[in-house]
Design a binder for this molecule. Sequence first.
Ligand SMILES: CC(C)=CCC/C(C)=C/CC/C(C)=C/CC/C(C)=C/[C@@H]1[C@@H](COP(=O)(O)OP(=O)(O)O)[C@]1(C)CC/C=C(\C)CC/C=C(\C)CCC=C(C)C
Ligand SMILES: [Mn+2]
Length: 415
Amino acid sequence: MSVALVWVVSPNTKVLNCFGVLESSSFVLGDPSWKMRAEIRRKQKWNSCSLSSTDVKYPSSSSGTKLPILSSMVANPAGISSEQKVYDVVLKQAALVEKQLRTGREAVDVKPDIILPGNLGLLSEAYDRCREVCAEYAKTFYLGTLLMTPERRRAIWAIYVWCRRTDELVDGPNASHITPQALDRWESRLEDLFQGRPFDMLDAALSDTVTQFPVDIQPFKDMIEGMRMDLRKSTYKNFDELYLYCYYVAGTVGLMSVPVMGIAPESQATTESVYNAALALGIANQLTNILRDVGEDARRGRIYLPQDELAQSGISDTDIYAGKVTDKWRCFMKNQIKRARMFFNEAEKGVAELSEASRWPVLASLLLYRQILDEIEANDYNNFTKRAYVSKAKKLLALPTAYTRSLIRPPRTFK
Ligand SMILES: CC(C)=CCC/C(C)=C/CC/C(C)=C/CC/C(C)=C/[C@@H]1[C@@H](COP(=O)(O)OP(=O)(O)O)[C@]1(C)CC/C=C(\C)CC/C=C(\C)CCC=C(C)C
Ligand SMILES: [Mn+2]
C-alpha cells in the first residue's frame, strides 16, 4: 500500500490542508417517510414574486397520500426522491441509538481496540490537537463546546476535525489535485479508523470517539460522497438534487453530532424527530452557506442553486456569472432565504430536546448562522460582490441570547 500524507496546520496563515493517499473503497444509500419536509412544504407560502400555483405537483407518498410539492422538489427520474433516501438514513441512525439505549453500548457494535500508529503518543494528545484545530478554525463554536462535558466536547472536536479535513479535500488549496481515487482512499482510511486502525493522530481521536459514542460510519461515508458529487457536478437541476448535496456535505454533520451531544433524559420527543431536526440544521446551514457564497462560487464556475427555479424566475447562468443584482434576482433570493429559514425553524424545535449542556452551543451556532440570511437582506441581496458578514458585536450578543433560551424548555409540542 502506498502512503503519502501532507498535513499542515498553520494558525497564522489559516492553511489547513490534508491530502492522504492510500488505497480503494465504496458506498451506499437507500426508504421513506416524509414528515419533516412535508411539514416544511405545507408551511411554504411563496410571496408575490414567487413560483405560480401551476408549479405545484402532487406525487404520492409511501402511504399513498398526496403531498403538494414544488416542481423543483419532484422525485428524481429514478423514482425515489432525495428526501426519501435521506430519511432512510435518518431512520437507521435513530434506530441505532435507540438500540444502544435499550441494550447498553457494548451490545450494539463491538468496536475493536485502537492501535495507535507508530509513536503517536497518548490519546489525550490526539484530542488536544483536535481542540487546537477547532479553536483556530471555529472560534465561536469552540467556545460553545467548552460548556459540554469533557468527554462530549473532545468527541465533537474530533468529529469537527475529520469534517474539516474532508471539506478541505475539495475546498482547500490542494483541491485541484483531488481525484475520485483520492476520495476512495480517504474513505478506506475512514473504514480503517472505524476498525481501530487510525492513520494519524487526528484520526486516532475519532477512532476513540466512535468507540465511546454510538456514532455510525454511514454519515461519514455520505459526506465523502458529497465531495465526490462536488467533483463531478457544477450545477443542480432542481431542489431535489441540491437537497441531496446539502445532506451529504452538511446534514451528515447533524447525524454525526447527535449521538455525542445526547438527547435529554427528560425528552419525550422521538429519537427520529431529534435526528430530523439535526438534519434540518445541517441543511439550513448549507443553504445559507450557498446563498452567502453565490458570487465566490460563480467565480469558480459553480452554481449551487436549483436551475429550474432560476429559469422560472427568468435568470440564466450568464446572469449569475455577470453578477448583477436585478429585481428578478432579489425576488429569487427572497424565496431561497425563505426556504433556508424554514429549515432553521424546523431545527430550532429539536434543540430543546438535546442534553442540557449541548443546547447552548447548538442554539448559538443556529442563531449565528441564521443571521447571515439577515445580512444578505441588509446587503440588498448583493451576494455577488459583498460577503454577508455577521459583526463581532452581533456574534457576541447571540451567545447570551442562546444561553438564556437554552435554559428555557418550551411546552411539549415536538414529537
Ligand atoms: C455545536 C455544533 C454546531 C456542532 C457541530 C460540530 C461539527 C462536527 C461541525 C463540523 C462542520 C464542518 C467542518 C463540516 C464540513 C463541511 C462544511 C464546511 C459544511 C459547512 C459548515 C459551515 O462552515 P463554513 O462557514 O466554515 O463553510 P466554508 O467551508 O468556509 O464554506 C456548513 C455549512 C455545515 C455545518 C453543519 C453543521 C454545523 C450541522 C450542525 C447540526 C448539529 C450540530 C445538530 C444539532 C442537533 C439538533 C437537534 C438541532
Ligand atoms: Mn467549505
